[in-house]
Design a protein around this ligand. Structure first.
Ligand SMILES: Nc1ncnc2c1ncn2[C@@H]1O[C@H](COP(=O)(O)OP(=O)(O)OP(=O)(O)O)[C@@H](O)[C@H]1O
Length: 258
């Protein structure tokens, strides 16, 4: 195996999944370094979400490997990969709709710390967790909504909460799937600033599936292009956007929109 593969924070090696006769992700070999934000682009149905699902463990690969810090995690569950530092933005289905915003964030911090509480330290630990959760909400500017039930949040605020919970989890690898989708023009910049701030923490690796070119241009250090499940281009944004393969086949329209 290529030695650099094992050095990467995250790597996929010939990663493949077939659904019946359809190869949705086709032998994708790619490595992701600390401090780097990679945007994953490609037309609808190119395999971006499926590639994410394979990395986070939502679906099993039919071929190839996923390596985390050089360790083969291909057969591990979502929960096991989460413990090892893969953090995918929480989706609505992962939230507790009847609990408050603060309680949802607090539960993530509690699970991350994985403490065994004894009776004597419980009260102190509880206060500490609430404080940590409040700090996260402050970062995403959701303090006003701390007591609100998740079920009563607007769509944009639910998306912000997903980002807040990922920050609370503090993984090595952050995976965002269109983080600003469905957000208003006021809400989106807050989330983009947060992602930019995460990137500034140079030991974090960030993967972003994104269609909006302005978001990609602002945040990405690197773009990879998937087409028919295969890796079609990989490099710095300017180069990839200017490449013939992207200009002709994938991004003509999106580029005109910028
Ligand atoms: N569980 C599944 N069973 C069968 N086919 C699937 C399954 N999941 C995805 N596919 C197919 O795999 C291909 C890749 O889909 P995927 O959702 O990963 O694309 P995408 O690049 O994320 O697209 P979009 O930009 O529209 O979200 C599509 O043809 C899709 O229909």
């Amino acid at each position: 195996m290529d030695e650099r593969m094992t050095d990467a924070v995250l790597a996929t090696e010939e990663l493949t999944v077939r659904f019946g006769g359809h190869v949705a992700v086709d032998r994708v070999t790619c490595r992701f370094r600390a401090g780097e934000l990679t945007a994953i682009v490609g037309p609808n149905g190119a395999g971006k979400t499926t590639y994410f699902n394979l990395i986070s463990g939502q679906i099993p690969a039919t071929g190839g490997r996923v390596l985390l810090g050089g360790r083969d995690v291909t057969r591990l569950s979502v929960a096991a990969r989460t413990r090892l530092g893969v953090g995918r933005a929480f989706q609505l289905t992962n939230l507790f709709p009847d609990l408050s915003v603060l309680e949802n964030v607090r539960l993530v911090i509690q699970s991350r710390r994985g403490r065994d509480f004894d009776m004597w330290s419980m009260a102190a630990a509880h206060a500490d967790l609430a404080e940590a959760a409040e700090a996260v909400l402050e970062r995403v500017r959701m303090t006003d909504l701390a007591g609100r039930k998740v079920a009563a949040l607007s769509h944009g605020d639910q998306r912000k909460l997903e980002v807040a919970m990922l920050i609370a989890l503090d993984p090595k690898v952050y995976m965002f799937d269109e983080p600003t989708a469905g957000m208003s023009v006021d809400e989106a910049p807050v989330v983009l600033e947060l992602i930019a701030a995460l990137k500034a923490q140079t030991d974090r690796t960030i993967l972003l599936v994104e269609h909006k070119m302005d978001v990609i241009a602002r945040l990405a250090d690197r773009i990879i292009v998937l087409h028919n499940g295969a890796l079609a281009a990989d490099g710095p944004p300017r180069e990839v956007i200017a490449s013939d393969v992207v200009q002709e086949a994938y991004m003509g329209k999106a580029l005109e929109d910028v």
